[in-house]
Each structure stands twice: as C-alpha cells, then as structure tokens.
Design a protein around this ligand. Structure first.
Ligand SMILES: CC(C)(COP(=O)(O)OP(=O)(O)OC[C@H]1O[C@@H](n2cnc3c(N)ncnc32)[C@H](O)[C@@H]1OP(=O)(O)O)[C@@H](O)C(=O)NCCC(=O)NCCS
Length: 146
C-alpha cells in the first residue's frame, strides 16, 4: 500500500471511491478542482492501481480545512484512514499550517473516532448544517504551537 499525491489522472478513481465511500459527495467538476488547484492537498492510498483511500484539504492562510477522508468499505478498520489523515496533517504542517479544521456529521461515529484519534477536538456545532438536517460538529487540531 502506497500513499501518494493524487492528480487529475486519478479523477475517475476518485469519483468511483466517492460513490462507494462518500455517497457521491462531489461532482466531476468539484473533483477536477480538488485535484488541480495548487492550494489543495489531496493524498491517495493505492494497492497497485486500485485507489483504496483518500484524504483532501485546502490550505487557507495558516489553516488546513480538511474536506474529505474516505476509505473503501472493503478496506476499513485496518488503520488506512488514520495513516491518510496523519500524512495529510504532516504535509499541511510542512506547508506552513498551524491548525487544521473540519466539519463532521454529529452521528458519524467512525469519522469522529478517526478525527479524535488524530488529535481533533470539538469546538462547536452548526445546527442543521447538512442537506438532510443533521448537525455538524466543528473540530480543530493544533499542528504546531506558534
Ligand atoms: C471514517 C473512515 C475514513 C475511517 O477509515 P478507516 O480506515 O476504517 O479507519 P482506521 O482503521 O484508520 O481507524 C482509525 C480510528 O478511527 C476510529 N474508527 C474507525 N472506524 C470506526 C467505526 N466504525 N466506529 C467507531 N470508530 C471507528 C477508531 O478510533 C479507529 O481507531 P482503532 O482502530 O484503533 O480503534 C471510514 O469509515 C470511511 O471512509 N467512512 C465513510 C466516509 C466518511 O464518513 N468520511 C468522513 C467524512 S468526509
């Protein structure tokens, strides 16, 4: 298993994984932007040419905004999500980020467990943030002290 930088040659694989793991979070246009814009970090985890996981975020000033972390249903609970998240945070730190932030659905136990194990804590709630009415937890993680 190799962690690597995703680029636009992986667009179709990202869309497939999005369908399998994220319920179709982004359109093809949104994925193209995610893979092409320079201030976005997008890591993949592959087994040969099969994309099994991804972790993406935007660098905004000294913050990393984590936008998606996903592992194929066939490969979960093997530490891949944590590996991807920690590599994304490490990469953001190297790019100058001091903090990371994200929103996570308040009933997404797997993701809340993952982010907690990666050092995130909840700082607030956005009520009815998602289209289906669920609340979002706003979480932060400090990457460096200054
Ligand atoms: C969230 C997700 C990425 C976790 O990936 P994963 O590879 O299975 O996670 P890991 O094996 O690295 O687990 C790391 C930690 O997360 C937590 N965790 C993972 N899956 C969990 C579950 N089903 N229930 C509770 N905690 C869970 C645990 O704390 C785990 O540590 P442990 O195994 O030492 O107990 C995966 O479940 C997924 O793709 N979910 C759908 C997409 C999603 O909701 N993404 C987040 C919002 S964008």
């Amino acid at each position: 298993m190799v962690v690597f930088d995703l680029d636009s040659s992986w667009l179709a694989a990202c869309l497939r994984l999005d369908q399998r793991a994220l319920n179709g979070l982004w359109t093809v246009e949104q994925w193209s932007r995610e893979l092409e814009e320079p201030r976005r970090l997008c890591l993949g985890l592959r087994d040969g040419q099969q994309l099994l996981g991804l972790a993406c975020g935007w660098l905004v000033a000294d913050e990393l905004h984590v936008t998606a972390v996903a592992v194929d249903p066939s490969a979960r609970r093997a530490g891949h999500g944590r590996r991807l998240l920690l590599e994304l945070l490490q990469r953001a730190l190297l790019e100058g980020a001091a903090h990371a932030t994200l929103e996570v659905a308040s009933d997404n136990e797997a993701a809340i467990g993952l982010y907690g194990s990666g050092g995130f804590h909840t700082a607030g709630t956005r009520s009815g943030y998602y289209r289906d009415g669920r609340d979002a937890l706003i979480q932060w993680c400090r990457l460096r002290s200054t």
